[in-house]
Design a protein around this ligand. Structure first.
Ligand code: NAG
Ligand code: NAG
Ligand code: NAG
Ligand code: NAG
Ligand code: NAG
Ligand code: NAG
Length: 688
């Protein structure tokens, strides 16, 4: 019994012009006793004290041609279209509209889904409510609901999902919360979903400065600058040839240069220098985003646009899309996220002040997670969630006879599945943490359900999974036994290349072409890989012959190119590149050696491995065609993790110098290739 009043489009029409009915509506809204009595378990004591002189909350319905509902708490004013539930306008701190009101009503602040039926076209759909409900209205909080109800008559036109979009405005809070409940019922058709997100398009005459982290902040080009620029080799990358701000001339702009790992994507947004105002997307939890902590996604980008990405195939490919079988029921809550607005009193370095304040607000939102003021039965507060704790150790006797602490291990709960399946898992919730230096972990606020516990340990190859299905009950606390991860290992290390950390960032990242730079990354060596066009540098650097890496001589930070790409012949044809690893063996022991091969990413690639015979057919080992992660074109330094343990029979090795040939054989485009995470050659097992 959450609903107070519901309007459909038809009913709405009847209401227009019917003043008596509207007065009745206001009368009903003013009477909250029914709501409280009927929902004892949902009743929440709302926090926050009434500050003297602070305006209380206001809801105004405009039943004229505008058909909108306005929420006002005296700090921010937000307009929503009814019954669609698009954000039409946000007024704050004297800026009459934060959003770009030149855009159409449905193109300022909206949720969207990209979906298709099997074999059907990919459809971009803005989520439009058909019913509008005021869920709560009291002096502390207003919650609105805009729902879309699917039925078979909508097949092919609207995604087979019921969606309830919620917005919450609270007293004294400078911003508002947004979440949505997505649901599929039994009997509904098969559907695939590539993307679910929220988009905000801000005023370009005000919001010119973007901030993603302490280091990643800059004055941005405009959409106009991009339209007048020169498109580069991959969609979205543009050379700014004639930007309005001459300081940006000659730079590359690409929204993918501003991607971030989901685990750290907690606050990003835009600043208007005059008046000094910030607009921020704060995401206090990663539980509802897909595919775990290492999945990367878009943040803010030229427009000015700010995104909240919940589901996407970015840096992971179609492996992570949500595929629902015919009749498969499902329900999930995305969010809440917090749209935060702040202002600075002085013009003195407002960027710094606003960013620091946004970070503080982010920490406060993270600290209040899970929120205790949402009204949907489907979003559970902390007392209805559980906890899992334990300690993870690592056993690798070739490194240490004793057990080692799984220091800083990523430990998480995700839907039961295969080892490592979490990085492709997209329908459920995931709960991750990083262990402390002794491998102790505690995962809090886990939603009730069944999970497997997964982990990966920086510095060690492979993936950990505990086979026990873990059932979380409301308020439950699960204490795991001491868990021991045995990473893949057959014999002693003869040599290794790189660091097992699931990225290629420790390898050689070339300087970008001086004519194709994003100046933001010039002074940031750690993220140089985000520069445009680095894949092309391979053919420049290895113009005579492909990369040769000599063990004990070469240095992977200088001599191992960050991506095994194709060689550009004439800008039309591309050639497969074969890299060589040369190493010396004093003697060959009879038995099996092992090449441990960890990839950080792949894109339409097939990696062939040969030992001492460049022309062996078939190759001694081949990955087969793998990957659609597009990390090369989209300036990522990793995509999905793949691990191979390759047996090497001693008869293919020899005393003296040996060569391993690595051929990435698919070469239609410059964006095909792999990124290595780590390689290790192990000798035959020693007698233990
Ligand atoms: C909200 O709508 C009202 C009524 O049309 C209008 O007066 C007000 O300016 C709008 N505010 C914003 C921020 O769009
Ligand atoms: C709700 O959460 C806030 C922030 O964590 C906390 O201060 C407040 O006491 C909570 N209220 C209730 C009723 O639990
Ligand atoms: C998995 O977890 C359970 C529960 O803590 C534990 O008893 C079991 O030993 C673990 N399995 C492994 C292989 O570590
Ligand atoms: C490809 O085209 C660019 C721009 O015209 C040129 O600078 C470059 O040398 C060409 N590369 C090759 C390998 O032909
Ligand atoms: C590398 O150098 C070490 C120390 O000199 C030596 O023991 C080892 O055999 C060398 N390895 C290779 C593959 O050359
Ligand atoms: C192996 O190759 C290296 C580098 O080319 C060379 O210096 C070395 O003498 C070779 N070793 C043997 C045993 O042929």
């Amino acid at each position: 019994m959450e609903k107070v009043i519901t309007w459909s489009r038809r009913q709405w029409g009847l209401l227009v012009g019917c003043l008596g009915a509207i007065l009745l509506v206001f009368f009903l809204l003013a009477d909250h006793s029914g709501y409280h009595e009927n929902t004892p378990s949902r009743r929440r004591v709302l926090w926050g004290r009434r500050v003297k002189g602070q305006k209380s909350l206001e809801v105004k319905l405009y039943t004229d041609i505008n058909q909108l509902v306005m929420l006002d708490n005296g700090i921010v004013q937000v307009n929503f279209s009814i019954p669609d539930g698009h954000v039409l306008g946000i007024s704050y701190n004297g800026i009459p509209d934060i959003l770009d009101d030149h855009n159409r009503r449905e193109d300022r602040g909206y949720w969207d889904v990209v979906w298709n039926e099997p074999g059907g076209p990919s459809i971009f759909e803005r989520i439009e409510g058909a019913y509008f409900t005021i869920i709560t209205q009291n002096e502390d909080q207003i919650e609105l609901s805009f729902t879309k109800i699917w039925d078979i008559s909508l097949r092919g036109k609207s995604v087979a999902l019921n969606i309830d979009k919620r917005y919450i405005l609270r007293r004294g809070i400078s911003g508002y919360y947004s979440y949505a409940v997505f649901e599929r019922l039994e009997g509904w058709p098969e559907v695939g979903i590539d993307q679910i997100r929220i988009v905000y398009k801000l005023r370009s005459d005000k919001f010119s400065y973007m901030a993603l982290s302490d280091e990643k902040q800059r004055i941005m080009p405009t959409m106009e600058d991009r339209i007048h620029g020169q498109p580069l080799a991959y969609p979205e990358a543009v050379l700014l040839t004639n930007p309005a701000n001459p300081l940006l001339r000659g730079e590359v702009d690409d929204k993918y240069q501003y991607s971030i790992e989901n685990e750290v994507n907690k606050v990003h947004g835009w600043i208007s220098p005059d008046p000094p105002v910030g607009f921020w997307i704060i995401t206090p939890s990663n539980e509802f985003r897909t595919a775990g902590p290492n999945k990367q996604d878009l943040t803010s980008h030229a427009g000015p646009i700010a995104l909240s990405m919940f589901v996407s195939t970015h840096y992971a490919g179609t492996d992570v899309r949500m595929n629902f079988e015919e009749g498969e029921p499902w329900k999930k809550v995305f969010g809440p996220i917090f749209v935060y607005l702040n202002s600075a009193s002085s013009q003195n370095n407002p960027q710094q002040v606003l960013w620091e304040n946004a970070k503080e607000q982010m920490l406060s939102e993270v600290g209040s997670w899970p929120y205790n003021f949402t009204e949907s039965e489907d979003f559970l507060p902390s007392d209805q969630r559980g906890t899992v704790a334990g300690q993870l150790l690592v056993s690798d006797r070739y490194i240490n006879e004793n057990l080692m602490w799984a220091q800083s291990a990523y430990v998480g709960l995700a839907a039961p599945g295969e080892v490592g399946s979490w990085q492709r898992e997209s329908k459920g919730y995931q709960f991750w943490t990083q262990a402390d230096e002794k491998g102790y972990f505690i995962i809090k606020n886990v939603l009730p359900g069944e999970y497997n516990l997964y982990a990966w340990v920086p510095g060690f190859i492979g993936d950990y999974k505990n086979d026990t299905t873990i059932t979380i009950n409301p308020g439950g606390e699960v204490q795991m036994d001491v868990l021991v991860y045995e990473p893949p290992r057959q014999g002693p290390t003869l040599w290794e290349i790189g660091i097992p950390d699931r990225t290629a960032e420790e390898f050689y990242i070339p300087d970008p072409y001086p004519t194709l730079m994003n100046r933001l990354y010039i002074n940031q060596p750690a993220e140089k890989f985000r520069q445009y066009g680095l894949w092309e540098r391979y053919a420049d650097l290895y113009s005579e012959q492909d990369l040769v890496y000599t063990i004990n001589v070469s240095d992977y930070s200088k001599d191992w190119f960050y991506a095994h790409v194709t060689r550009n012949i004439n800008n039309r044809t591309y050639e497969a590149a074969t890299w060589k690893i040369v190493f010396e063996l004093e003697s060959v022991n009879i038995g099996y050696y092992t090449l441990q091969l960890a990839l950080a990413s792949a894109n339409e690639a097939d990696l062939e491995v040969r030992f001492n015979d460049a022309s062996a057919q078939p190759a001694h080992f081949s990955t087969g065609i793998i990957g659609k992660e597009n990390a090369i074109a989209r300036h990522g330094i990793h995509g999905l993790y793949r691990f191979y343990s390759i047996d090497v029979a001693s008869n293919v090795l020899q005393e003296g110098n040996n060569t391993i040939y690595l051929t990435q054989s698919r070469s239609r485009s410059p964006f095909q290739g792999v990124m290595y995470d780590y390689l290790r050659l192990e000798g035959p097992p020693e007698g233990y």
